[in-house]
Write a protein that binds this ligand. Structure first.
Ligand code: 3HC
Length: 316
């Protein structure tokens, strides 16, 4: 339980009443330290995920099969960078700094989404990422538009608009391949086979193993549990896979009329825990590429700081 100094008791009552009334907590409002720190944790890791998430798809920009596809992919990867910047800005309103958060990412003290530790082996992976990964992100991020912390909720409104384009272009890419030659259909099916289960892991561990959910939901940071959103995503994807002419790699998928949901098979949580420990297929590659990009970008940050100092603007 959060310990509150006596003089904060009245302010805690205001905080609780604001959250209970579904109103927003803003940066200058009083908030429990634990509310602040869990927001920094979640928003920072969300931002890290956006920035690291640029790598798997950027891998295919130079190899896109047409100028149209290249332009779409470049726009998407650029959007992800922007999402990261919105989210770092939202985290900074809580009194942390971008430098501090990036240092925690680079030193492994903060995470990014497990999904980005998988390789993009073929062009179809770009479609599977758009359809499944961005689709899962939308399912997770739409409720965050109603998060009790104002800057995070507002960042999510714009992010979700752009995610819808990301998901749509991925779906269309897969549909084109699925309706193409046998080899193209097989490539699309192979990508879905590899990205389906890791996409379900994006929603976090099962509710009974989620260390943060109960408190995050009490503070209306999270509006639904990990399992609720995972189920919502499965229910969305099953009919879409049918329309794509592709099969989801889960023989246990069955419609449960009583529950009104698709039942699905067991998720390999041992794999999830291994990836979180850093033992996924691409963990080392992703984080060393990130550190290298940060080091190579030092001159830009220094130049911007020198320019700001000379022209008297706020530091970067
Ligand atoms: N990958 C990495 N870590 C994960 C994870 C995942 N898929 N799921 C859970 N975790 C971590 C949590 O961060 C927490 O560790 P920590 O205490 O060190 O932070 C631990 O596992 C326990 O999980 P909880 O469920 O208790 O943690 P949360 O309540 O934070 O729930 C979450 C996890 C659902 C991912 C939540 O943090 C969340 O909704 N975050 C915002 C959305 C987000 O970060 N999405 C990541 C993908 S972004 C993306 O896809 C961009 C798109 O453009 C491609």
């Amino acid at each position: 339980m959060t310990t509150i100094a006596p003089e904060d008791t009245a302010r805690e009552a205001v905080f609780d009443a604001t959250v209970a009334a579904d109103e927003r907590i803003e940066p200058r409002d009083w908030m429990p330290d634990a509310y602040r720190s869990t927001l920094v944790r979640q928003i920072a890791q969300h931002a890290h995920s956006e920035i690291i998430g640029m790598q798997p798809e950027a891998n295919w920009i130079t190899r896109a099969p047409s100028l149209r596809r290249k332009a779409i992919l470049m726009a998407k990867v650029q959007d992800e960078a922007g999402h990261g910047l919105y989210l770092y800005s939202a985290a900074e309103t809580l009194g942390t700094s971008r430098d501090e958060l990036l240092d925690k990412l680079h030193s492994g003290r903060q995470k990014y989404s497990s999904i980005f530790n998988y390789p993009t082996l073929t062009w179809a992976d770009v479609g599977a990422i758009g359809w499944l990964v961005d689709g899962a992100a939308i399912t997770n991020q739409v409720p965050l538009c109603r998060c009790s912390y104002g800057p995070y909720a507002r960042a999510m409104v714009r992010v979700c608009k752009e995610e819808s384009f990301h998901q749509r272009q991925g779906y269309e890419l897969l549909l084109t391949l699925s309706r193409g030659t046998d080899a193209q259909h097989a490539m699309a099916q192979d990508a879905v086979n590899r990205w389906w289960w890791p996409s379900l892991m994006m929603f976090g561990p099962p509710d009974d193993e989620s260390s943060h959910s109960a408190q995050s939901m009490a503070w209306k940071i999270k509006r639904h549990s990990n399992d609720e959103l995972r189920q919502r995503f499965v229910d969305i994807c099953v009919p879409q896979a049918e329309a794509l002419g592709l099969t989801l790699p889960d023989p246990d998928l069955t419609w449960n009329d009583k529950r009104g949901h698709w039942e699905f098979g067991p998720i390999d949580w041992a794999e999830f825990r291994e990836v979180l420990k850093g033992n996924g297929p691409c963990n080392e590659e992703r984080i060393s590429r990130r550190r290298q990009a940060h080091e190579e970008g030092a001159w830009v940050r220094d130049a911007a700081a020198a320019h700001a100092a000379k022209h008297g603007k706020a530091s970067r």
